[in-house]
Design a protein around this ligand. Structure first.
Ligand SMILES: Nc1ncnc2c1ncn2[C@@H]1O[C@H](COP(=O)(O)OP(=O)(O)OP(=O)(O)O)[C@@H](O)[C@H]1O
Length: 278
């Protein structure tokens, strides 16, 4: 459906592409100029004339959504333009059969019934694949740095994503503003001053997930709102809570520029074992 320039938006006219048959090879198509108010009956009348069909017969307009496996017969009063406006943006522009969203003009049988197209029911994966191929959905990434962006939020998808990232030595992943850390049980060169600087005063989520990002956000929120901040660290024994706390303290003291000069970091870290005993 392409919008034609018109001074008044209310009176804007749209090009609707109407097919008279399903078969892709010999389908004939015509363009009908319609407004938001045009009814299916108006569109059918113009399409029948444009496609040189027998005007003595009765026709219905069917909205076909291949991905959902849906065929919807429009009522004579239904405005087709309104239906198109609910389609994915790309399908709205030029809804050819190849895009999987289109209108089909169908002849009514003597008894008032119509012959349904009976689209094969697509599996969810196939439907998603076609939507991606047609540019209606973004291409799936290899891994997601925020679990909230996973296309399918299932346990296996979450674990699979964490695993893919872990293999690439990306031990941190966001779940919104929560940071998930997986213990690498080896030293990774991602805690040096370069990283403290990189995450200094940044917006959470803009850079690769990191424990310093959490430290930085709480530090700057504390300065801005002048309210104490709290970071909750939770995990099973040996998961890396103490180590994560140390990294947080290291980053916080570095950000406050007291880390090296006053030995604050050493003092706080030294108190850690005593606090853990209590
Ligand atoms: N980010 C990390 N990088 C490298 N090694 C890590 C990291 N996190 C944890 N480790 C390793 O895992 C070990 C266990 O971590 P840690 O002591 O922090 O676990 P914990 O959750 O505090 O355990 P517990 O609850 O038993 O005290 C550490 O000694 C360290 O060797």
């Amino acid at each position: 459906m392409s919008l034609q320039n018109d001074a008044s938006h209310e009176k804007a006219s749209y090009n609707l592409y109407i097919y008279s048959q399903l078969s892709q090879e010999d389908s004939s198509c015509c363009t009908v100029v319609a407004t938001k108010e045009s009814s299916a009956a108006d569109v059918i009348k113009i399409a029948v004339a444009a496609l040189c069909l027998d005007a003595s017969k009765t026709y219905v307009l069917t909205e076909v959504k291949e991905c959902g496996g849906e065929e919807w017969v429009l009522d004579a009063n239904d405005p087709p333009v309104q239906r198109v406006r609910l389609w994915p943006r790309k399908a709205q522009e030029r809804h050819s059969q190849a895009e999987g969203y289109y209108f089909l003009l169908q002849e009514k049988n003597q008894d008032g019934t119509i012959k349904y197209v009976h689209l094969p029911r697509l599996s969810e994966e196939e439907a998603a694949r076609r939507l991606v191929e047609r540019g209606f959905l973004p291409r799936p990434q290899e891994d997601y740095n925020d679990l909230c962006n996973l296309p399918n939020l299932t346990e296996s998808a979450i674990l699979g994503n964490l695993k893919v990232r872990f293999v690439k030595q990306k031990i941190y992943t966001y779940a919104g503003s929560i940071l998930i850390a997986i213990n690498p049980f080896k030293f990774l060169p991602i805690y040096n001053p370069k990283y403290v600087k990189m995450y200094d005063n940044h917006q959470l989520g803009k850079l690769e997930p990191h424990i310093f990002a959490i430290a930085d956000v709480s530090y700057h929120t504390m300065l801005k709102k002048r309210v104490n901040q709290c970071i909750v660290i939770s995990g099973e024994s040996g998961s890396g809570k103490t180590q994560s706390t140390n990294f947080l303290i290291h980053c916080l003291t570095a950000l406050s520029q007291k880390g090296y000069a006053s030995g604050v970091e050493r003092t706080i870290l030294g108190a850690g074992p005593v606090l853990e005993v209590i």
